[in-house]
Design a binder for this molecule. Structure first.
Ligand SMILES: Nc1ncnc2c1ncn2[C@@H]1O[C@H](COP(=O)(O)OP(=O)(O)OP(=O)(O)O)[C@@H](O)[C@H]1O
Ligand SMILES: [Mg+2]
Length: 497
């Protein structure tokens, strides 16, 4: 009721009135920076509202910190999991819970409790498995179990499917429905409107800090939600002419990568990307796409094979030297590789390009000039708030992604490697980014796109390669049906002429 939150000049939550019915799955959508995560952080006691009231089952409740939230029955499934990798599932679930001393008696009781929760909600994970060795989907299940173990009645999930494969996401939604049917209340934030349509009972739309509407899911559509979110009609399909490919810009031959554990993660992969075309790499996450991208970007060493950039071998060339040779890279994981989040935005806007002479030299960097340049980019990419002096960590998730994209795309690259370009980005911004990638293609850039979003691969690519278990198992055209692609992604080999 009347929740308010300001961060300096940014009015992140304005007079929020939101009512969520018990025993429902309630979706929250909105543009990047609309204030969704802020609102959830207030509910979870991570931030204090400047004004307003939270009522649980009709009672005004103060939530001073996350301990209080847990005591009030509110659980949060964090996007960057808060699990301790070397510990077992059971240990993680017990960690920090009341009476959670790792004593034999406590452990036996916790094991029983966990087993009961698993049975009640049909949520199975081996309690003795080491968390760090589990697939992401299972780690997320452990986060959910952990919240339930602490007695959560309300479960908050902020963009839970960003890191999941489609099958894992389906499974998550099945779990959420079971929880709802058992009386739990679920709050689900996602940018994927199809997920909203498939999984929620009602949905609230946020824009610029305010709730602009709440509707029953059964009475709305993807198009209507998109329009409510952005305030205008959104093109959900990409408009593009046929590619006019030119000469080969990137040629990969028999590339093999054996990783630290001795596993062959990339297995004799060969392909080319020509100027003026977008080659998409489809595949379920974890089938070698990430490692392939890292080798091409100069971050990882290939074990064998060659990579040519414009007919010159670039094996072993450093990432910095590759940038000088006009190979740009949008990494899949912006936190691990794309940004230094404690830095101010303008510093990240030129990260990796700080030696560009137009910015001055060494200690003589022309900061005003860089800030002007950053401000320009922020306008063009609608990065909010448009303040180059703001610490990068304080931008919303989707806006951080746009900072990386703007930096890499606007450098006039010859070859552009893009990994998961629209992860966490709202649909209005996706439309813009997709258009921009097509423009770059039409301007003769060679683009290699890695994405786990099949829709994205199909709507942007001129040719599609499918990776499975480290190998390219086939090439197909973007018009291939979802079933065809799905079969290839599951490792069933076929080659399309
Ligand atoms: N600690 C903070 N200090 C300053 N500004 C902040 C802070 N936390 C959030 N903001 C700002 O508040 C606004 C709302 O951010 P929030 O993270 O809630 O957006 P969001 O709706 O979750 O967006 P996204 O879809 O990109 O995740 C943004 O403009 C953000 O930059
Ligand atoms: Mg957010």
């Amino acid at each position: 009721m009347g929740i308010e939150k300001r961060f300096g000049p940014v009015h992140a939550n304005r007079d929020i009135h939101l009512r969520i019915d018990k025993g429902t799955i309630h979706g929250i959508i909105g543009e990047n920076g609309a204030g969704k995560s802020t609102l959830m952080s207030i509910l979870y006691g991570f931030y204090q509202a400047d004004a307003g009231e939270i009522r649980l089952s009709g009672h005004a409740t103060t939530i001073a910190d996350s301990q209080a939230a847990i005591a009030a029955g509110i659980g949060m499934v964090h996007q960057h999991f808060m699990l301790v990798d070397p510990f077992t599932v059971l240990e993680n679930v017990m960690l920090g819970a009341e009476g959670g001393a790792l004593l034999a008696a406590g452990t036996a009781k916790a094991r029983d409790d966990l087993k009961r929760i698993e049975d009640d909600y049909d949520l199975r994970v081996d309690p003795d498995a080491i968390v760090g060795e589990l697939a992401v989907g299972l780690q997320q299940r452990v986060e959910i179990l952990k919240a339930l173990f602490r007695g959560a009645e309300i479960l908050i999930l902020d963009e839970p499917t960003g890191v999941l494969t489609p099958a894992e996401a389906d499974h998550l939604f099945r779990i959420l429905k079971v929880l709802r049917d058992q009386g739990k209340t679920i709050i689900l934030i996602t940018h994927k409107l199809r997920e909203i349509m498939a999984a929620t009972d009602a949905v609230s739309v946020m824009r610029q800090g305010a709730i602009v509407g709440t509707v029953k899911t059964g009475e709305t559509s993807v198009e209507a939600l998109a329009e409510m979110m952005v305030g205008r009609r959104v093109l959900l399909q990409v408009d593009k002419a046929d590619a006019q490919p030119g000469g080969t810009a990137l040629a990969v031959k028999d590339l093999t990568v054996i990783d630290e554990r001795g596993v062959k993660v990339v297995d004799s992969v060969s392909f080319t990307v020509r100027r003026g075309e977008i080659v998409g790499i489809a595949g379920v996450a974890g089938n070698g796409q990430s490692e392939l991208l890292e080798v091409l970007a100069g971050i990882r060493q290939a074990t064998s094979g060659t990579v040519d950039l414009e007919d010159e071998c670039i094996n072993g060339t450093s990432a910095a030297a590759l940038r000088d040779r006009k190979l740009a890279h949008v990494p899949e994981d912006r936190h691990r590789m794309g940004l230094i989040v404690p830095f101010e935005e303008y510093e990240n806007a030129i990260l990796g390009y700080q030696d560009d002479p137009s910015y001055g030299k060494g200690w003589m960097l022309d900061r005003n000039r860089i800030r002007d340049h950053a401000a320009d980019q922020m306008r063009q990419y609608d990065i909010r708030p448009p303040n180059p002096r703001l610490k990068t960590a304080l931008f919303s998730g989707g806006n951080q992604q746009k900072i990386v994209l703007a930096r890499e795309i606007e450098r006039d690259p010859v070859v552009l490697l893009v990994g998961q370009p629209t992860r966490g980005v709202d649909i209005g911004a996706i439309e813009f980014i997709h258009k921009r990638l097509i423009e770059l293609r039409d301007a003769g850039k060679a683009i290699l796109l890695v994405s786990v979003e099949l829709d994205e691969i199909r709507s942007l690519s001129d040719r599609v390669l499918v990776m499975f278990a480290g190998r390219v198992v086939g090439e197909t055209r973007p018009e291939a049906t979802e079933q065809e692609l799905g079969m290839m992604m599951a490792g069933i080999e076929r080659v399309d002429a």
